[in-house]
Design a protein around this ligand. Structure first.
Ligand code: DP6
Length: 325
């Protein structure tokens, strides 16, 4: 039995989204993307390789996963075993520290923590770049959760060239991301399925690829200069253009529900009233609001009045992967 290793990784929210793969097996994206790692929502994962096991055992939040549910986890373990030259099975025990569970549960923190714990438990000492490549094999967005702060995922063109790099790891900028949990249930269309339908059927997909390049070129200097307005305008339009791909797919679909639309309207009203803030949504109905910390009282008050205090969670920039003793 090898020593048990535990890693902690935080989730991230994309400001310029990853929405589509060029290679679905290796998870090579169609475009670069850029995110902010958050401090509030994280996953702790312990991995131990054990010669006495005759299959991998995966436990998430106290529940043993079925073979079907643990498929992606076992895929990452297989890659680690290949890299380390071992054949031993492992026990994986993972806990998501995400309030209101599924609403914000993220494969990003889960697969980054798994990559960190499994590689070390197998005796590997991967560089951050190689760790981000390994995390990518579990879930694309996990590539970026290896680092803290603002992070870019360079699409690359093969396994070796597709990895994340920090843009600004220590964020000395008083910003926050307010998460509004509107529906904690699991989404009906997974991001994996939704993005592939968008790539293959939306006539706007070629335009999206161009928009992402333009947005990245404009948002990088805005972030480095702490230009809140430019950063906010880009992240909001980028998110809406990603969601336009779902509406323009065949068959069309949407991650929004009625509350998402109401929340977006509220953000626009807050903005009109002088409280600078911008929204973004991932593959689900929950709305995340980017603001400067000075605006937090006004924004959280308004959202709490409308949706309920327990639905409003405040996050700040968070750290990269950590190993726990
Ligand atoms: C909307 O990383 O969950 O959050 O690579 O298929 O596991 P897979 O997809 P996933 O997709 C994330 C999509 C997104 C945008 C983003 O995080 O960039």
């Amino acid at each position: 039995m090898t020593a048990a290793v535990t890693a902690r990784a935080h989730t991230n929210i994309a400001l310029v989204k990853y929405w589509g793969k060029a290679d679905t097996d290796l998870i090579i994206p169609q475009t670069d993307s850029l995110s902010l790692t958050l401090d509030q929502f994280y996953t702790d994962t312990q991995v131990q390789f054990d010669a006495a096991l005759d299959h991998d055992v995966v436990v998430v939040n106290g529940q043993v996963l079925t073979d079907q549910a643990s498929r992606k986890v076992r895929h990452v373990l297989d890659i680690v075993r290949d890299l380390a030259g071992i054949t031993t099975y492992a026990t994986v025990t993972s806990t998501n520290h995400v309030p209101m569970a599924a609403g914000l549960a993220s494969s990003a923190s889960a697969f980054a923590a798994l990559a960190g714990a499994a590689s070390r438990a197998a005796g590997l000492r991967l560089t951050p770049r190689d760790l981000s490549r390994l995390a990518r094999r579990g879930s694309g967005s996990a590539t970026r959760s290896v680092y803290g702060g603002f992070v870019e995922w360079h699409a690359g063109h093969d396994d070796a060239s597709s990895y994340a790099k920090p843009l600004m790891e220590d964020v000395d900028w008083p910003i926050a991301m307010v998460a509004l949990v509107l529906d904690p249930r699991q989404k009906k269309v997974s991001s994996r399925q939704g993005m592939q339908t968008s790539v293959t059927t939306s006539p706007y997909y070629p335009a999206w690829r161009e928009i992402v390049q333009q947005d990245l070129t404009a948002i990088r200097p805005a972030i480095l200069a702490h230009d809140f307005t430019t950063t906010g305008e880009i992240l909001e339009t980028n998110a809406m253009r990603m969601h336009a791909l779902t509406l323009s797919a065949n068959p069309p679909f949407s991650y929004f529900n009625g509350d998402s639309l109401a929340a977006m309207q509220t953000v626009r009203e807050l903005r009109d009233a002088g409280h600078a803030c911008y929204y973004t949504l991932d593959a689900g109905p929950n709305v995340k609001i980017f603001c400067e910390t000075t605006e937090l009282p006004a924004i959280t008050q308004r959202l709490s009045d409308q949706f309920g205090t327990d639905r409003v969670l405040v996050a700040h920039p968070g750290p990269g992967i950590q190993w726990l003793d």
